[in-house]
Design a protein around this ligand. Structure first.
Ligand SMILES: *Cc1c(COP(=O)(O)O)cnc(C)c1O
Length: 493
């Protein structure tokens, strides 16, 4: 059993961990031995990109076979760049563009793979019944998961998003989703309310045994699922390789990565790459005005008792960063009692404190910075004027933190900034910041952005205007459990 629960419950193998999403004790599955299992990273870095990816995935999920074929099915046809995650040059910045998939956000990299992993895991388990995916989204996971699971045999998916808490384009992407096995529902609350509601529904339903009774197994497509993290580890290697190919680094040189962060999944995937041997210097956590993580890295106190801000980078509007639980487990050498105590304190009192010796270990590998709303917009404008590069608001948060990180004198020679969404996904915010005039119509703004930059509007976004809205449900956070229960009672979506 490779995967431990961060809260000390029963361990699981890869198939079980992927199918469950979250451990029955409420913890997250972690490969505690990752740093100890040998991985020939230097050899793997010289392979063609898809073979490299397959080797990395096979190491992270050893009980899945046929990874080469799986990735060939997941990526080349759905991504509009042969590099999958191309490394763009924007002046002095090296920007790893993760948004070339079907929904124009980085979540596509993993969510085009996860359904295939689940199908494989289901087959190994005999394949009976339905897997029902419950997903809370701050904007991008929902659409990427809907797209990934749409019409996948034996699965159904329900997505909950904060009503008014996602961008208009993000909302349209979700409520117009096609497919027989999908359901989308707005929740009158913020992302944390959605995530908590889904976690509670999981716990209550699993306890009642009701889903199993109807032949349904619940799972999650959020980054609490290890099947989400593994594909995200791949692009840290792909970035490193692209720097090598351009002679910007020699093999073995350290590279820092600046990651626009919300639920801490993307950056944790980078930590996995480091544990596997990739020469990663520091992982720099970039937050927007919801700077709960910046404060945590500074003080060792994680405190969610603060005002929740709605920003121009909604996918990072999060006060409870779930995957931090995995980091705490890994840096405390599997101290599950300590991790459980922290998580219970967080849900009971809204905060927890990490001892200084653990923080010292964390700070060897991580740094943090944040970016206000004004700074975000200013950065989009400046990078456009000076480097002729259009950054979306999430990427801009990271670019601003990258500049500060470099100015601090602590940075490695090469620093890569992760770009998590296409600028066309947030047309009004980007257009205004780049000096254009906003029309009040998102689609007109996309066209204006296209005219300004000379880049075409991605067809997945321009086509939204014609698509009929299929989902209009709005519920309160405490109704999520009943909503799911009703779906289960009917035998699935
Ligand atoms: C989800 C998301 C993030 C945050 O990633 P986490 O893994 O939750 O930290 C950042 N930017 C965009 C565009 C996203 O969709």
């Amino acid at each position: 059993m490779l995967y431990q629960s961060t809260r000390g419950g029963a361990p699981a193998d890869g198939c079980e961990a992927v199918l469950r999403g979250i451990a029955p004790d409420g913890g997250l599955y972690v490969d505690a031995a990752l740093a100890k299992r040998p991985f020939p990273w230097d050899v793997v870095l010289c392979l063609p990109p898809l073979s490299m990816a397959a080797r990395i995935m096979s190491h992270l999920l050893p009980d899945f076979d046929g990874m080469d074929e799986l990735l060939r099915k997941a990526w080349p046809e759905r991504f509009d760049s042969p590099a999958i995650t191309p490394l763009a040059v924007a002046g002095d910045h090296r920007v790893l563009e993760l948004f070339h998939g079907p929904t124009c956000a980085f979540k596509d990299v993993a969510l085009s793979v996860l359904p295939l992993l689940m199908t494989k895991a289901r087959e190994k388990r005999g394949g009976a019944g339905q897997t029902l995916i419950l997903t809370a989204t701050s904007g991008d996971t929902g659409k990427a998961a809907l797209e990934g699971f749409c019409n996948v045999d034996g699965t159904g998916i329900v997505v909950f998003f904060p009503d008014g808490g996602v961008s208009p384009v993000q909302r349209l992407q979700m409520v117009t989703q096609t497919g027989e096995n999908v359901r989308v529902c707005a929740v009158s609350g913020n992302f944390d309310d959605c995530q908590n509601g889904v976690k509670k529904a999981f716990a209550a339903l699993n306890e009642s045994g009701e889903p199993a009774h109807h032949g349904i197994a619940l799972s999650s497509a959020n980054s609490i699922n290890i099947g989400r993290l593994a594909p995200q580890t791949v692009y840290y290697f792909l970035a490193y390789r692209q720097l090598m190919d351009r002679d910007e680094i020699a093999p073995g040189d350290k590279v820092d990565f600046v990651v626009p962060t919300g639920n801490f999944g993307d950056i944790l995937a980078g930590y996995q790459a480091k544990l596997m041997g990739l020469p990663v210097g520091r992982l720099v956590c970039a937050s927007n005005a919801n700077r709960v993580l910046t404060d945590f890295f500074e003080t060792g106190v994680y405190d969610r008792r603060r005002e929740f801000m709605r920003t121009a980078s909604p996918s990072m509007d999060i006060l409870i960063s779930s995957n931090l639980e995995r980091l705490l487990y890994l840096v405390s050498n599997g101290a599950d009692a300590f991790v459980s105590a922290c998580m219970h304190a967080l849900s009971r009192n809204g905060s927890y404190t990490v001892p200084e010796e653990v923080m010292a270990r964390i700070r060897k590998d991580f740094a943090a910075g944040c970016c206000s709303e004004e700074e975000c917009s200013e950065t989009i404008g400046r990078v456009w004027r000076e480097d002729h590069y259009l950054a979306d608001p999430h990427t801009a948060v990271a670019l601003k933190v990258t500049d500060e990180w470099k100015a601090s004198g602590q940075a490695a020679k090469a620093v890569v900034t992760l770009s998590t969404a296409s600028p066309f996904k947030f047309p009004a915010a980007v257009l205004a910041a780049a000096g254009g005039s906003v029309s009040g119509d998102e689609f007109a703004d996309m066209e204006a952005l296209s005219a300004l930059s000379g880049r075409p509007v991605p067809s997945a976004l321009s086509g939204l205007r014609e698509k009929p809205v299929r989902f209009a449900d709005v519920i309160a956070p405490d109704e999520i459990g009943d909503y799911v229960h009703e779906i289960i009672r009917k035998g699935g979506v």
